[in-house]
Ligand binder design. Structure first.
Ligand code: ADP
Length: 227
């Protein structure tokens, strides 16, 4: 489903070259649940941004459902991203003045999908927030905000959910609740790939990919996954 080969990202900072990602290759199949770990600066966010089609690699290839992403026009790329990938961020990235329902509806409005409000309500229901649809982000707890963000990410029924430190701003009990939502979505067949610093969060994943200095240092399947 996701296949990257020799993916590299080079940032030019003045005279200096920063190799954020160095020839990274791996594949993720449909329905996997994987965690990316690694110290700060090891390239995790850069990789997530490339996989989420939010940025372009300097070199290498990225195939998503057998589509060569680097060959797509900007419009087609936006369409692929909107349809196939949901993205969850550490700081939720919600529109502060919009209600939970309006935040969740947003990707559908970009895609001009009919019945968007009903679908947004359904997505809020899937994350257990049906009764908070009219609340603005400031009227919600951190965990509830992240649920809204997850509802927004799944409203298009993407096959892939990418999450960059989704529990990083939450206390550990709330973080576990959020992970239970990811676990449920994965059980429904969604490929979940998340970045985390926390071992107890990575324990939800079946596969753990460790990065260092822009490279994959290890990539292994965990034997037991708690149920
Ligand atoms: P991580 O998510 O593991 O903390 P990042 O992917 O954010 O790592 O960063 C990897 C490296 O790339 C770091 O050395 C970082 O400073 C550098 N980097 C990230 N984004 C940029 C950017 N926009 N411009 C220049 N350097 C960047």
């Amino acid at each position: 489903m996701i296949e990257v080969e020799n993916l590299s990202k080079l940032y030019r900072l003045g005279q200096e070259d920063v190799h954020a990602l160095r020839e990274v290759s791996f594949r993720l199949d449909a329905g996997e649940f994987a965690a990316i770990m690694g110290p700060s600066g090891s390239g995790k966010s850069t990789l997530m941004n490339l996989l989420g089609c939010l940025d372009q690699p300097s070199s290498g290839t990225y195939r998503l459902d057998n589509i060569d992403i680097q060959d797509l026009s900007a419009n087609r790329l936006a369409e692929v991203r909107n349809r196939r990938i949901g993205f969850v961020f550490q700081n939720f990235n919600l529109l502060p003045r919009a209600s939970a329902l309006e935040n969740v509806e947003l990707p559908l409005l970009y895609g001009r999908v009919s019945g968007s409000q009903g679908r947004a309500r359904e997505a809020l229901d899937r994350v257990g927030l049906k009764d908070r649809s009219r609340h603005k982000p400031t009227e919600l707890s951190g965990g509830e905000r992240q649920r809204v963000a997850i509802a927004r990410a799944i409203v298009n029924n993407p096959a892939i959910l990418l999450a960059d430190e989704p529990t990083g701003n939450l206390d550990s009990a709330t973080g576990q609740e959020i992970m239970e939502i990811f676990r449920g979505l994965n059980a429904q067949g969604v490929l979940v790939l998340l970045v985390t610093h926390e071992a107890e969060i990575a324990e939800y994943a079946r596969r753990v990919i460790s990065m260092r200095d822009g490279r994959i240092e290890s990539d292994y399947l965990r034997e037991a996954v708690p149920c």
